[in-house]
Design a protein around this ligand. Sequence first.
Ligand code: MN3
Length: 204
Amino acid sequence: MAFELSPLPYNYDALDPYIDAQTMQVHHDLHHQAYVNNLNAALEKYPELQSKSPEELIKDLSTLPQDITGAVRNNGGGHVNHTMFWQIMAPNAGGEPTGAIAQAISENFGDFESFKQKFNDAGTKQFGSGWVWLVRTNDGKIEITSSPNQDNPMSGGHFPIMGNDVWEHAYYLKYQNRRAEYLKQWWNVVNWDEVNNRLAMSSR
Ligand code: MN3
């Protein structure tokens, strides 16, 4: 069975004015779809790998046939990253974090403002295309990291609790070169309920 792209859990214009409808449509229907198509193409000659989940595939890149390692890293990563991304955003969301993630943020970063600043700073400094993450590390710590391209923390044994896409395709139509402004506005659409779900998954 080939991997499939799930529909967005809300309308294209649901995150407006922070993320515009055209950006959402192109990002989901074209960019994410391309990662799914390319992942399927890479696995065509390896049917035994097609029953694995995309997460399993990117966790164990070194066990894959060498000729598809790069394609799975980029496109499996792209699929996993964007699947998370659509879910950790929502309309009528944002605001102060709630529940366990609020506590984890205050324990590890002092307060929400300091956390946002550190996260945005890491996103701004990621050179070129990539992601900024809040992860649970393989030794249980909560840390802010960033990665190039579609690399996912899972490939290094870490669990992505939340992440923001800093590829230009995520913000260019509305923000042009103003990545810092996009990072700042993005907090208005963060779905803390889903981030809390992922925090709970990270400690299992
Ligand atoms: Mn993207």
